[in-house]
Design a protein. Structure first.
Length: 132
């Protein structure tokens, strides 16, 4: 059995007085494997600024500036997080959601060469949710 020891014990992390955490299941259950870099950046930002209920208010313009993203990239990142059920969004309110027991899979791109029929409701549900 290998033992782990801090590399820099003078700078050990401590739980800060403000509230924030990252659930390790994000990596262990491979949610993060399904996310683009912009979606990961948005998710990390929302995790960091959220209150105990996972809530935060940020306008698109502020998020684009803080994350060095274009509007379309922000929109794509948000839709990906909504599809995986990682966040809920009602402008300008975001809610970081509890991770499901079983990770959802991102919707397939319509350009895939998969002949499996798609449920039109499943395709448009995340879009309508993001727009409402």
């Amino acid at each position: 059995m290998r033992h782990k020891y801090p590399i820099c014990s003078a700078k050990l992390r401590r739980v800060p007085s403000q509230f924030s955490w990252v659930d390790q299941r994000l990596v262990r259950e491979r949610y993060i494997d399904q996310l683009s870099h912009p979606a990961c950046a948005l998710y990390l930002f929302l995790l960091t600024v959220a209150d105990a209920q996972g809530l935060s208010f940020y306008a698109d313009r502020s998020l684009c500036e803080r994350l060095s993203m274009t509007g379309p990239h922000l929109h794509q990142a948000r839709v990906a997080l909504i599809q995986l059920d990682l966040i809920a969004y009602r402008p300008p309110l975001y809610q970081v959601l509890a991770l499901d027991a079983e990770p959802k899979r991102a919707a397939q791109n319509l350009g895939d060469n998969d002949d499996t029929p798609l449920d039109i409701k499943a395709v448009f549900a995340p879009i309508w949710e993001a727009l409402s």
